[in-house]
Unconditional design. Structure first.
Length: 69
């Protein structure tokens, strides 16, 4: 699964775009660990149909250049 981690104010936010599940922490490592915990709990408690409905099979992460000015 993909984890996108961004700084937000004085902490970090971690997002898994495959399931649109996010968590946060005071460090990158903590945000990552909390995201793993959130994903684990979701996968343990969600019904198979909810997992199938939310799961995005193809997530692409890339960079783009945007002209400014």
């Amino acid at each position: 699964m993909t984890a996108i981690i961004e700084r937000e104010d004085d902490g970090f936010v971690a997002l898994c775009p495959e399931f649109d599940i996010a968590s946060q922490g005071s460090s990158i490592e903590e945000a990552r660990a909390n995201l793993i915990e959130a994903l684990t709990l979701f996968l343990e408690t969600a019904s198979p149909s909810e997992i199938e409905t939310r799961f995005r099979r193809e997530v692409l992460v890339t960079q783009v250049e945007v002209p400014v000015g």
